[in-house]
Design a protein. Structure first.
Ligand SMILES: O=C[C@H](O)COP(=O)(O)O
Length: 372
């Protein structure tokens, strides 16, 4: 399950985030850059206001002198926060700092933040795991200069989350994320998605938290507590696929046609070590919603392209059948997709095309209920 982290600067904003479904309250001063810390008094005030209803995280500015790093973290931990985030320095003493923080990691969940736009040092991930850190988070340092997804491909982001999983570190993704990014990033399997700008009016991270913007992001991230309890929550339930929209059998087709990419594919020895052109044609039958022009009603072709990139980022694949199966499986992860047809063709083997075409359907979900 992916948790929603909301960055807030005051107890009032924390209440808005809590009321609209955030999973983690993150204390941060957006006016002070990507990872601006609030004062200890401000953090303690937010912790007191939240009063255990949700986990709270805070940012610590790493002191210049690594020897004082531990004390700064211990002071932050004394405010009662559950998580402490800090920017992992790009300096030669990063390894030493991580080791010095190991005792703190026993008392509070430490999360190292790496910036996708500043050549993140992924080689430190094993040291973080060894020192008992809770997780690692990718964010962007230069707000206003692009979204996380502009800095790193979904394939590279999937590699990051997979590496974290191997090391038993929680993986977080953030960085000027916008609502359409959410379904695309869910495919990469993050433990946490972090937001500030997307929760504010007009996406301005310095403006206050906006209730409608926060609720929209919440609705785009499935939750474990998505149980069928009340029809009052109908919109959210439809968006997450737990109830059928009106017009049960009506579907629209979202497609990706003639998408040609170089792929390392083939079972023969001569097919290893280089790419060949592969064409994808994908048709997804998506349950129709009456509501349009709302981000929650969109199943985007971006998601299909991203799924292809994630699958291909894993290196050589022997069979086009394997690619087709994985792609169908990935597209069907999206609750509104009823069935999908995937055609994968090699274009450099014969004068025409050779390949496979499969059709897969969603298995009925026992949790799903039909409308009256
Ligand atoms: O930790 C998450 C950040 O506060 C994200 O901020 P942003 O969405 O404005 O980049």
């Amino acid at each position: 399950m992916t948790l929603m982290l909301a960055s807030v600067l005051s107890r009032e904003e924390a209440e808005v985030a809590l009321a609209h479904g955030a999973d983690i309250i993150d204390c941060k001063d957006p006016a002070r850059g990507a990872l601006g810390a609030l004062s200890l008094a401000q953090v303690a005030d937010i912790v007191a206001a939240i009063d255990g209803r949700l986990p709270v995280s805070a940012v610590v500015d790493l002191p210049h002198d690594a020897a004082h790093a531990r004390r700064a973290f211990e002071e932050a931990a004394e405010t009662g926060v559950d998580y402490i985030k800090f920017a992992l320095p790009q300096t030669p003493d990063a390894g030493e700092i991580i080791a010095r923080l190991a005792p703190v990691a026993q008392k509070v969940k430490l999360v190292a933040v790496l910036f996708a736009d500043l050549a993140p040092a992924f080689e430190h991930l094993p040291a973080l795991a060894l020192a008992g850190f809770h997780g690692a988070m990718l964010d962007t340092a230069h707000k206003g200069k692009g979204r996380l997804i502009d800095m790193m491909s979904v394939g590279a982001l999937s590699e990051f989350t997979a590496r974290c999983r191997e090391l038993r570190l929680a993986a977080g993704l953030a960085g000027a994320l916008e609502p359409p990014d959410v379904p695309r990033l869910l495919v990469t399997g993050p433990d946490v998605l972090g937001f500030r700008g997307a929760l504010c009016a007009q996406g301005d991270r310095r403006a206050g938290l906006d209730a409608a913007a926060t609720a929209l992001i919440r609705d785009l991230i499935p939750t474990r507590s998505d149980k069928i309890e009340t029809l009052a929550a109908e919109w959210a339930l439809i968006a997450r696929g737990y109830i059928e929209p009106p017009g049960l059998n009506e579907t629209d087709c979202v497609f990706l046609h003639d998408y040609v990419v170089p792929v390392e594919v083939g079972a023969y020895a001569h097919e290893y070590g280089h790419t060949q052109r592969v064409r994808f044609n994908v048709d997804a039958e998506v349950a129709r919603l009456d509501v349009t022009d709302d981000m929650r009603s969109v199943f985007s072709y971006d998601v299909i392209m991203d799924a292809i990139k994630v699958i291909l980022s894993g290196g050589h694949i022997a069979m086009v059948e394997t690619i087709a199966e994985r792609l169908a499986e990935s597209v069907l992860l999206h609750e509104r997709v009823r069935s999908v047809t995937v055609q994968v063709e090699k274009l450099d083997v014969a004068p025409g095309a050779v390949g496979v075409k499969i059709r897969r359907e969603r298995h009925p979900d026992p949790r799903r209920i039909k409308p009256n």
